[in-house]
Structures are given as structure tokens and as C-alpha cells.
Design a protein around this ligand. Structure first.
Ligand code: NI
Length: 135
């Protein structure tokens, strides 16, 4: 099995808060990420596809096609956007990195043009990675 990863970066704003919590509870649980006036992160997204190389092309997946699919379905909807209010696939979800990786997986899982989606990995800061493998 060969694992092929496409890396993309995007910048987005968000606010972590639960409307059922008081301001104090939100501040206590979400800290700086609960700032009412939003804040941004430089996200790094890694989409990994697994498969065996196609004998006719040598490719697991055509990276030009994969790049285009990630761009159309994810990047244009998140880059320089507010994840709480502008990103259709995040509607009704707290935009934690956990929820974002699962939502990105759900957007991509049926659209992979070769092999199968193996993992979606997202970092919100240099020190924290979040990974979802569809289980
Ligand atoms: Ni944040």
C-alpha cells in the first residue's frame, strides 16, 4: 500500500463557543479561542490517499485531480473565511480542529479520484495536529 499526501494551507477566522454556556463558561473552556471578536489561524491540511499504483499510470491517485478536488470542495470555502458563519459544511458545528477534520473528511470521502481516503490531518498551530481516519 502506498500513501500519497496532498498538503494545503489556509487562513481562517473562528470563535469557539457554545451558545448554551455563559460567557464565563465559554471563556473558561475555550480560552483565547472564545474571543467574541474572532481571531485567526494559519491552518495546514494534509489529505492522505491510500492505494496500490495503477499499472497503467504508476499513480495511486492523480495529484493534479486530487489538488483540484481539495481546492474546490475545501480551500475555496475556508481560506480567508469565517468558519462559524461562512463555511457551509461547518454550519451548526463548533469550529474546533476536531470538528473541522471530520467535516473535511465527510466532504472528500466520496470524491477521491483514485485509491481511497486514508486520513485527513489538520494543524491549527505548529504544536497541535488533529487526524481523522473515518472511524
Ligand atoms: Ni482558535
Amino acid at each position: 500500500m502506498v500513501y500519497v499526501t496532498r498538503r494545503e494551507t489556509f487562513c481562517a477566522a473562528h470563535r469557539l463557543f457554545n451558545p448554551n454556556f455563559s460567557d464565563e463558561q465559554n471563556e473558561k473552556i475555550f480560552g483565547k479561542c472564545s474571543n467574541p471578536n474572532w481571531h485567526g489561524h494559519n491552518y495546514v491540511l494534509e489529505v492522505t490517499v491510500a492505494g496500490h499504483p495503477n499499472p497503467e499510470t504508476g499513480f495511486v491517485v492523480n495529484l493534479v485531480e486530487l489538488k483540484q478536488i481539495v481546492k474546490e470542495n475545501i480551500i475555496v470555502k475556508v481560506d480567508h473565511k469565517n468558519l462559524n458563519i461562512e463555511t457551509d459544511f461547518m454550519k451548526g458545528l463548533i469550529p474546533s480542529t476536531e470538528n473541522i477534520v471530520v467535516a473535511i473528511w465527510n466532504q472528500l470521502v466520496d470524491k477521491i479520484p483514485g485509491g481511497r481516503l486514508y486520513s485527513v490531518r489538520l494543524s491549527e498551530t505548529e504544536n497541535n495536529f488533529f487526524e481523522y481516519r473515518g472511524e
